[in-house]
Design a protein around this ligand. Structure first.
Ligand code: ADP
Length: 384
């Protein structure tokens, strides 16, 4: 990154205890320091997200060839999948500085005007958690994105006048963990929208090996595979587990990360073979034991596990859905047969999916995105 950071970017929803979890996808202070060193800097260094990478490279190259600023870019997806990294890569590929801010930091239109009115031509502005930008600033953003203009209001009350001010053409990169909360008017102003999906274990294996190389950690292939398989499809978690396993290898072993070392370390840190941790277990257990498998509303479920609804929705739920343990239906959250199996329990006859899909043991579930996997946001339709 070549630019100045205006405000710190959290890249996350509200942090509670969830941020302290071993496999939380939210960044803690420790992560943020190390992540700077581990971030891929250019598009060709980015691992995984093949389609997004290719599409984005066309958008950027096309703009460079035309000598114009590229379309505004919206990146959505759960925390820790590489939204900030991609924003930085966009600026690096364009060879321009980047300003970083976040939705919660933009409380008034003036906060945004201060950034936009001082831009140099072609700069990239990154707004993390863009769904949390305050309403008046959001309206200013519309005009800025479309016409490269802001209206600065001078004075108050009936005498107030709006003075139009031209601003330098820029590219807005917005990131959000909750694309569904973005007003359509804002979403429509992005020329390119990409949804980042969870990574495959093989891709995470490559990421872990690359990070081990950068950190000077001795990592055997089977050790890398073990860490990758327990990283909840999330690069941030893969990098964090690597650091914890390294500690274990150095203190309890000879410093080399093997499968045995990785297993022993991750068992100690209570990360199971699928990457599920305490919050995931709490959510699944509540869903299965307290609510008989659902359907149950998100906020009720969140209260049952003592977490913010947003944390459950943004941090735990997407992966549980992806892992096929939980489904989102119009009537609420439900456990799938695999959830009972994962908790070592027998599936009761009157469980929600059994009631709603009589006669079959969950085979009636169809992810909205097609039969091969969950839909974009893990939305699931239930055929009953
Ligand atoms: P987000 O903004 O989506 O929360 P970040 O961009 O901050 O996620 O990514 C978290 C960390 O994960 C980065 O510091 C980087 O080290 C790593 N990372 C993310 N995506 C990739 C990737 N595709 N390849 C390699 N490392 C990645």
């Amino acid at each position: 990154m070549t630019g100045t950071g205006m405000t710190g970017t959290g890249g996350s929803p509200r942090r509670g205890d969830a941020a302290d979890r071993m496999v939380s996808s939210l960044a803690d202070a420790d992560d943020r320091i190390v992540e700077g060193a581990l971030r891929p800097r250019r598009l060709h260094e980015l691992i995984g997200q093949g389609r997004v990478r290719e599409q984005l490279s066309l958008v950027l190259e096309g703009a460079l060839q035309r000598g114009r600023v590229p379309d505004h870019v919206l990146l959505s997806g759960p925390p820790g999948l590489g939204k900030t990294t991609l924003a930085m890569i966009i600026a690096a590929e364009l060879g321009t500085p980047m300003r970083i801010t976040s939705g919660p930091a933009i409380e008034r239109a003036g906060d945004l005007a201060a950034i936009l009115s001082t831009l140099a031509e072609g700069e990239v502005v990154f707004i993390d958690e863009i769904h949390r930008v305050a309403r008046p600033a959001e309206e200013m953003l519309y005009l800025a994105m479309e016409d490269f203009r802001v209206d600065v209001v001078i004075g108050k009350g009936p005498g107030a006048t709006a003075i139009p001010l031209d601003i330098a053409p820029f590219t807005l990169v917005g990131a959000t963990t909750r694309a569904g909360l973005l007003p359509a008017a804002l979403r429509d102003r992005f020329g390119f929208t990409a949804h980042l999906d969870f990574y495959e274990p093989e891709e995470l294996g490559v990421i872990v090996r690359r990070s081990a190389g950068l950190l000077g950690v001795a990592l055997r292939d089977d050790g890398a595979d073990e860490i990758a398989g327990r990283s909840r499809g999330t690069p941030r978690i893969a990098n964090r587990l690597l650091r914890r396993v390294r500690d274990f290898a150095e203190v309890r072993g000879d410093g080399v990360i093997t499968r045995e070392i990785a297993r022993a370390a991750l068992e100690l840190y209570e990360v199971d073979e699928s990457g599920l941790d305490r919050l995931d277990y709490a959510v699944l257990t509540a869903l299965v034991r307290k609510f008989g498998g659902g359907p149950v509303g998100l906020s009720t479920l969140a209260v049952a596990v003592g977490e913010e609804a947003e944390t459950v929705e943004v941090v735990a739920e997407p992966f549980l859905v992806r892992a096929g343990l939980m489904a989102r239906t119009p009537r609420g959250r439900v456990a799938t047969p695999a959830a009972w199996a994962h908790l070592g329990l027998a599936v009761p006859q009157d469980a929600a999916f059994a009631r709603l899909a009589p006669g079959d043991s969950g085979a009636g579930w169809r992810p909205a995105g097609g039969p091969d996997g969950p839909g974009r946001d893990g939305e699931v339709t239930l055929f009953d």
